[in-house]
Design a protein around this ligand. Structure first.
Ligand code: SF4
Ligand code: SF4
Length: 571
């Protein structure tokens, strides 16, 4: 196992998506797709979205395959993982792993993208291009029915650095980026793989990948710094801009009381985190000024509710001093922030939302004028991306000019009801991991697919292997950053990202890991590690010495799932 993710070349990404769709009727393991009626959609940030929801900036918007899986499932607003001046290996080294713990309450100690700014730009461009091609090919919706929304942090100096500025400008116009040329060249050379994509369509794809931004600031960022960043993005960069606010805006006492009333008394918080964060009076005055700045520039200014809540690590939840709470427990705090802002501005303000949103509350939020709505925690739980299809069904047809008005009464009702019923109350019985009293087997586990649906990067894959009654799980090393999420949901004692047969994309990757697994060599043989011993085998030779059942796994991957073998694998 290795915690370094490797971007997939566009050729492999597309081969994977098209081959899996043809053979299995799924795309990166996503079973349910949502498609939208021609002409549906609602205006936003100079574009149009066919559905008012999608993945939040986080683990589900880091790699191109995350974006393709989300688009196929029905997401139409993508808040891309935050990019900042500290990136790549330097960032990865700062994140203790595992970094996600989605139990009763979801915690994380992750941060911005673990890719370099340049690779992040490449992934977003590839995801954009792939969604355009696949959407057209499979008739999933209008060619321009989705929006990519950038997220940058965390201070003005970093955002103005050549590295982050290069990222922003590349997203505004990707036509001169290497990733754009890679996508365009692949598409033009592979038109025979499509029925509904031709050269004219490929050349018509807009290189304007994003014209909008959600600003992420650190907890404790001074008000003047937040305002300076938003002004800079609105005025100098010409971007529609939302600023993400924190639940701390409601003050320690309110948050403590509300959490206690819902059964979250054991959550430990520091009052100082509330005192050093943005205060309400400063926030209100700042929002009023920024609304005027945006009007003057002909841009949209909005507020994103909300960031995570910093809490103390008290039961070894994660290997960190502090962690960040998200998910259902955050909803009652976030909706109080929405209510306060909406009431103060009499509804005349753009509010987007992310805090415990899912298929059960998306319709209420959208009908209250609070959108787009993004998800992170719900996507990290079983069903994962498949939830988007249910969300599309629950929201129904979306049409309109996108004129923003939050229904203050509807928001007040949501604020009131979330503390009245049991929906947002901590469950009485902790929802711990239901472990089978057994170690996770290398082959032939229950094949419950949980590790596949909860993996944001799609690094666990279900395959069919002749000779086995049940499906098998293989793990793709290059796509995993050891976030730990799949281990939380596997019913066995064990970690799928550590204990399942692992496919390596290079000998170097294999040497950097202790996992048992295999790697295809240039001459067509396979380097295999089993029980720690590494040998090279010609798997077509039944007498090669490799144990038969594992030889079947390797052959099945090679012959039926060749795209798993990596960028250099010949099909
Ligand atoms: S395989 Fe598991 S540890 Fe790796 S990225 Fe996916 S969920 Fe995280
Ligand atoms: S490895 Fe665990 S989570 Fe994955 S399919 Fe097998 S039993 Fe289910």
């Amino acid at each position: 196992m290795s915690d370094i993710m490797k971007p997939m070349p566009f050729a492999q990404l597309m081969d994977w998506a098209l081959s899996e769709h043809d053979a299995e009727g799924t795309v990166f393991g996503v079973k349910k797709s949502a498609s939208y009626e021609p002409g549906s959609g609602i205006d936003l940030f100079g574009g149009r979205i066919e559905a008012p929801f999608g993945p939040a900036a986080g683990p589900n918007t880091q790699l191109a395959q995350n974006l393709v899986a989300g688009y196929y499932a029905g997401a139409r607003f993508f808040e891309l993982k935050t990019v900042q001046v500290m990136d790549g290996a330097e960032m990865t080294a700062c994140i203790p792993k595992p970094c996600i713990a989605p139990g009763d309450v979801c915690y994380n100690c992750e941060w911005s993208t673990e890719l370099t700014c340049e690779d992040a730009l490449g992934e977003y461009v590839k995801g954009w291009f792939a969604a355009k091609l696949l959407g057209r090919e499979w008739g999933l919706g209008a060619d321009d029915g989705f929006i990519f929304n950038m997220s940058v942090g965390y201070d003005l100096e970093g955002i103005q650095s050549p590295k982050v500025d290069g990222f922003i400008e590349g997203m505004k116009d990707a036509s001169n980026t290497p990733a754009w040329e890679e996508c365009r060249a692949w598409a033009l050379a592979n038109l025979d793989r499509f029925e509904h994509v031709d050269a004219a369509f490929v050349e018509s794809i807009s290189p304007q990948v994003s014209t909008s931004m959600t600003v992420s600031t650190m907890h404790g960022c001074p008000a003047e710094q937040i305002e300076a960043i938003v002004r800079y993005l609105l005025v100098e960069k010409g971007l529609d801009t939302c600023v993400k606010v924190n639940p701390t805006l409601m003050g320690y006492d309110f948050v403590r009381e509300r959490l206690d009333s819902l059964g979250y008394g054991a959550l430990s918080m520091e009052r100082t985190n509330f005192e050093k964060d943005l205060q309400w009076d400063d926030a209100e005055a700042m929002f009023r000024r920024l609304i005027e700045v945006a009007k003057g520039e002909g841009r949209q200014f909005g507020i994103k509710v909300c960031n995570t809540l910093p809490v103390n690590v008290t039961y070894n939840e994660l290997p960190s001093d502090q962690m960040y709470m998200s998910g259902v427990a955050l909803f009652p705090l976030a909706i109080a922030v929405v209510h306060r802002i909406a009431k103060t501005f009499e509804g005349n303000i753009h509010i987007s939302f992310s805090a415990g949103a899912d298929e059960n509350n998306i319709a209420e939020l959208y009908q209250a004028g609070v959108w787009p709505v993004t998800l992170a925690t719900a996507l990290l739980r079983p069903s994962g991306y498949d939830r988007f299809a249910k969300m599309a069904e629950n929201v129904g047809l979306v049409t309109g000019s996108g004129k923003r008005h939050v229904d203050v009464e509807a928001v007040a009702a949501l604020d009131e009801s979330c503390v009245a019923g049991d929906r947002y109350r901590r469950p009485e019985h902790a929802q711990g991991k239901r472990s089978l009293p057994a170690e996770l087997p290398f082959l032939d586990c229950l094949a419950c697919r949980a590790c596949m649906t909860v993996c944001p990067n799609r690094a666990n894959v279900v395959i069919e292997v002749p000779g086995f009654k049940r499906k098998q799980i293989v793990h793709v090393d290059g796509m995993c950053n050891e976030c730990g999420n799949c281990a939380v949901f596997c019913p066995y004692e064990g970690r799928p990202y550590r204990n399942k047969p692992t496919i390596f994309w290079s000998v170097e990757d294999m040497d950097a890991s202790e996992n048992d697994g295999f790697c295809r060599l240039p001459d067509g043989t396979f380097r295999v590690r089993l029980s720690g011993d590494t040998e090279v085998y010609d798997v077509d030779d039944a007498a090669c010495g490799l144990v038969d059942e594992f030889r079947s796994v390797v052959i099945a991957v090679r012959d039926r799932y060749g795209y798993l073998l990596g960028p250099s694998a010949e099909r």
